[in-house]
Design a protein around this ligand. Sequence first.
Ligand SMILES: [Cu+2]
Length: 220
Amino acid sequence: MNFSSRYPMRRLAALIISATASAAAFASGVTVQVQDAAGKPIADAIVYVEAGEGQALPKPLKSAEISQKGLKFIPLVTVVQTGSKIFFPNNDRVRHHIYSFSPAHKFDQKLYSGTTAEPQTFDKAGTVVLGCNIHDRMLAYIRIVDTPYFGKTDAAGNVHIDLPAGGKFSVKAWHYDMVAPQPAEQSVGVKGGDAATPVSFRMPMKPPSHDGEPSPFSNY
Ligand SMILES: [Cu+2]
């Protein structure tokens, strides 16, 4: 059976139109605001969107990078999809010895400089806390999620996440200093088309432990 008999022109035209329509629908999604219990915006919250029942999600994996500069991990908070790699370039003159004791991914990268550390693959959903064996105050958080649709709130507590189409989704919000042990969650009906669906979360937070720095190893 050749192509033209299987797909007459009219059907082919319909296919092209529907492909264009779904590309346009990519402008939709959710615009999420995260606040603490008093209504103050929360920056660096991870927001991610999982499919409702019967919907399949694509798996475009993007790698990420957490560098070390000025005896800090940059950025403090990273989100990746399950199965993604993270690179750990050391941009300091001193060597670092980074590690994780977190069940979602344990590893230990002994003293290294530059880009000599092996990238790590994070293949289990959950939270990983990163530390340095030499510099106790170095701390970073990695949230590994089972979806390619995620983002991190800005200083005003906002993040927009594009979704491929309308439908029923589960929107989740997580922050390393939240009181609840599990992410906050809302089931949201998302319209197709250009308008983003607004979603807001209010999450009780722990008081900052010292100088506004995150509380080390509290939950993990
Ligand atoms: Cu270090």
